[in-house]
Write a protein of this length. Sequence first.
Length: 330
Amino acid sequence: MFRFFTERNWFLWSWLGSFIILSSLWIQVKIDVKINEWFGEFYDMIQKALSAPNAITIEEYWASLLSFIILAAMYVGVAVLVSFFTSHYLFRWRAAMVEWYHSVYDKARKIEGAAQRVQEDTIKFSRIMESLGTSLIEALMILIEFMPILFGLSIGIPIFFFGDWDYGLIVGALIWSIGGTIFLIILGLILRLVGVEYDLQKKEAAYRKILVIAEDDGTIRPKTIDELFEGVRSIHYLSYLRYLYFNIGRIAYLQANVLSAYVFLAPAIVAGAVTLGVMQQIIRAFGRVEGSMQYILKAWPTIIELASVYKRLREFEYRIEQDKFVDEKI
């Protein structure tokens, strides 16, 4: 799966491409920091404007909105280009995988579900990596950029439970985010979500294979197809039930998450220790830090699917290597 980074003919795309994607994501995060600063300045201006008539001019107001439009346009432009380039990058990664599978397909074709592994699982792998990989890197970059900002904004204001401790907001976000993530990881392990997803794909592969055979062979009994579909039905129903339990915990936590920053800021808001602009900056920075820490939690269903695809491809490659080893010994 990772020959993309070791084969010489893919070096330019794999390593230079990775550098371009990382650099572009870093630029995105830097623009996001500037947008966070704009929110603080804008809401302070709004508070000033509402405190007395004509406290600001209409020109100042329009200029502030224009500055946001410029920042937003820059962010959208970079995000669109990153998305476009990443799609090409990951297709090359898939091509590197398929290239090797093709070179050993005389061995691979004897393995159960070989066609599905080479066609369906490689495209699933690349598509999941496109959404999951870039968002993971961006989440780490956001943490690096926004944690110092959150720390600087929270100095000198009272925080619920932590009092005047300067690190209260950061530690609060850490406890709330990591605690919820650990809870849902444990819940996912108890419910065996990765195992269910893996079994589901195996049942679907067996069902599809018999359908393909039945296209060319009229002697295939309908009963066999019905039996296979019954297996597909039962594993899907089991996965729905498992995800029902998982989503109760996941969605309840994410809904409670909306109020977390306001809970920690309650003493500062009641005491009037922050302006509207500073409060908006803190809430947005807190949300960015908290959201990055909750990356695994929010992406858990996709991570489960990726783990299942990885497990199938890893098993497929192992079988190919074993068959090659046996042939070489013979």
